[in-house]
Design a protein around this ligand. Structure first.
Ligand SMILES: Nc1nc2c(c(=O)[nH]1)N[C@H]1C(S)=C(S)[C@@H](COP(=O)(O)OP(=O)(O)OC[C@H]3O[C@@H](n4cnc5c(N)ncnc54)[C@H](O)[C@@H]3O)O[C@H]1N2
Ligand code: MOO
Length: 410
């Protein structure tokens, strides 16, 4: 029986994942959200990539007043941002925010800081002096309201490191740099099987029946970790059903809920043994969630068995799948942050590490973890509003104790 610590379970799975590094593919920008970047990205352009105006107003050359050169006629729908006329000292031309700075221009005067006048046939423009009381000539200084090419980033600068998980905000920034597609790791595939003949999927459960606490959200959680759920089935509890599912399901990771404990009706271990699976671990020294298992089938597919008790299953899902995926994506196993408990947690009867749902509050004084109640293995109401799982010793902990925690990002 390979009974391991929670830390060892994660380290073993991370190491196993590292042996199955994901392949790389290119995907269009919007499809890259949530994917893991496979190569570092360098900016193909300086940012901004051209000198432009930061405001609507007038591009100026030299000191004013300025002769206003009319902008060229434009057609409806035409991109006037590209249209410009070269300026000589003493000349100005209208410009829009983001418009290409004309050759010769050295500042921009905002529309609302300008006064138009006529000098004979010439249209003239001056700066309203009270807006420029701190400038030596009561007018814009060289560079005012100009965005210079490259002031944000030089061309070739690294913008993102390989291995980061791409969020929606990364995509906006990469679009401005001109990327159309990105190199990302392929998503490991996960097949899910839910067991439990007592489980029903809708309506009010009667005595001896239980509403399914996994299928409505497990695929979402798994995909938010960066994997792709390729199939889900509901297995009637039986060895032949499980055997058939393992034999006929193609996925990198086969994840089963329930049927993990050691009683006679639990056939999971029996079938795994029949199929010649090698255990990575058979149980973990934690509460809740000790009957979780991980095994390798002879063809390399990974089987993760999550306990049936709902909180135990969630604890196992958040503890182990991200560890495997980090290995597959070439990422280190995440370091666990620490925080202090705001209340004592009483001791427990076993010698196992406990993972207790907590809410997190961050103050200038530090990270505070408030233990939830209603957190026994079959309970989800405390976990539902928790932000993290605090790692606590079996003997419990006093308030103010510092402890590690595993974040619950989804
Ligand atoms: N004699 C022992 N009994 C149990 C032990 C033990 O060590 N000795 N361990 C207990 C612990 S701890 C856990 S956790 C469970 C693990 O049980 P299984 O993984 O075999 O899961 P089941 O027996 O199928 O179900 C347990 C429990 O969870 C409910 N369940 C299952 N699936 C769902 C679902 N999709 N949604 C909501 N609830 C679900 C199921 O109805 C049972 O109540 O074993 C303990 N027993
Ligand atoms: O360890 Mo069980 O998984 O307490 O619920």
């Amino acid at each position: 029986m390979q009974h391991v610590s929670w830390f060892d379970a994660r380290t073993l799975l991370h190491a196993e994942g590292s042996l199955h590094a994901a392949a790389t593919e290119r995907v269009a920008l919007p499809s890259a959200i949530g994917r893991v970047l496979a190569e570092p990205l360098k900016s193909p352009l300086p940012v901004p990539h051209y000198d432009s105006s930061a405001m609507d107003g007038y591009a100026l050359a030299g000191r004013g007043p300025w002769q206003l050169l009319a902008s060229q006629e434009s057609q409806p729908g035409e991109n006037v941002h590209r249209k410009t006329v070269p300026l000589e000292a003493g000349q100005a031309t209208p410009i829009l925010t983001g418009g290409l700075l004309p050759p010769g221009a050295d500042a921009v005067l905002r529309l609302e800081h300008a006064r138009l006048s006529n000098d004979g046939d010439l249209a003239m423009i001056e700066a309203l002096p009270h807006f420029f009381e701190r400038s030596p000539h009561l007018q814009p200084a060289v560079g005012d309201d100009i965005r210079r090419a490259g002031e944000e980033l030089a061309a070739g600068a690294t913008v993102l490191a390989a291995g980061i998980r791409l969020g929606a905000r990364h995509i906006g920034s990469l679009a401005t740099l001109g990327f159309d597609s990105l190199p990302v790791y392929t998503q490991p595939t996960v097949a899910l099987a839910y067991t439990g003949n007592e489980i029903i999927t809708g309506g009010l459960p009667g005595p001896g029946e239980v509403r399914d606490a996994f299928s409505p959200q497990f695929p979402f959680i798994i995909e938010s970790f960066g994997a792709r759920v390729t199939s889900t089935v509901r297995l009637q509890d039986s060895a032949p059903n499980f055997h058939h599912w393992l034999d006929h399901t193609a996925a990198d990771i086969l994840m089963l809920t329930g049927g993990s404990s050691t009683s006679d009706v639990d056939w999971v271990r029996r079938v795994l043994t029949e199929l010649g699976a090698t255990y990575i671990f058979e149980s973990v020294a934690i509460r809740p969630g000790h009957p979780a298992l991980a095994a390798l089938l002879p063809d390399g597919r990974l089987v993760l068995g999550l306990p049936g008790n709902p909180l135990a299953a969630h604890v196992a899902l958040y503890s182990y799948l991200p560890a495997v995926l980090a290995g597959i994506f070439g990422q280190p196993l995440a370091q666990l942050p620490t925080g202090t408990l705001t209340a004592a947690v009483p001791g427990y009867s076993t010698k196992d590490l406990r993972l207790i749902p907590v809410t997190i509050e961050v103050t200038p004084g530090g990270v505070h973890l408030t233990p939830q109640d209603k957190t026994r293995s079959h309970m989800l109401t405390g976990f539902a509003s928790a932000d993290a799982l605090a790692l606590l010793p079996p003997e419990g902990a006093e308030a103010e104790k510092n402890c590690q925690f595993l974040g619950l990002p989804v």
